[in-house]
Design a protein around this ligand. Sequence first.
Ligand code: HSE
Length: 298
Amino acid sequence: MIRIQVPATSANLGSGFDSLGIALSMYNQVWMEEADGIFINSRDGMEVPADENNLIYWSAKLLYQECGKKLPGLRIEQQSDIPMARGLGSSSACIVAGLTGANRFLGNPLTMQDLVNLACRIEGHPDNTTPALTGGLVASAMEAGRVHSVTVPVSDLIQFAVLIPPFELKTEFARGVLPDSYSREDAVYNLSRSALMTAALFSGSLSNLRVAVQDRLHQPYRQEFIPGIETVFRLSYELGSFGAYISGAGPSIISIVDDAGAANFQRYALSHLEEKNISGWKLELLHTDSAGAAVYID
Ligand code: HSE
């Protein structure tokens, strides 16, 4: 069997709706081999579809079709630390695992650019799938079905304090609550902050992050579905966050921190939330993953 390791991802980074994304040091591990039927198993007890509808299987099958091959069947075993429907790219990790494994079985006929395009076609937007494939911080734009993207490394000094609530927020629903159009003022508000975010993370100019995470395209419409969000944001800045934002479509909240901020989060975040009757949240302190999807022979 081969093992494919795919990182979690945080899309949008606040202002870069459907454009910016970053790979994080939390992983889905998928073991795969060709088989005569479909055998899907979860090593960690997570409930996953065990038939053709499994996203890993479905993505692998699509890649075979794209290459003019028929997939006989697959044995898949998954062990994932990425919680589902929490804004951390769990579905993108499955798509990327299926594509990466299938590409390997066929002798890597698809290039990284092909994989980026195909993964985006399945997911519908590139901001989780591209960093899951490449690692790092990625800025992407779609043009005629092709993803144009640049991947840049992020300073090791930056960490991500990820506060994960005990409830899910489905991406489909969280996209459905967004307006169909925006004013020019709102468009400029986000354009300027998204450009600032990319430059600030790349250069390490952390003092700009608090402005760069603000947006008017999605967070104002999604926050009512994340009970406790105002308290979480307020606490994040008290603990030393440089910028706090809803990760992807939510509901997890990410704070960009340095070592001192990370230590504060570790020590105080969950107990202070409990004091405010916000319970059941989890904290993960993560770094940027710079490798992206990787295949290993165990
Ligand atoms: N950019 C996407 C969104 C990420 O905010 O809806 C979630 O898949």
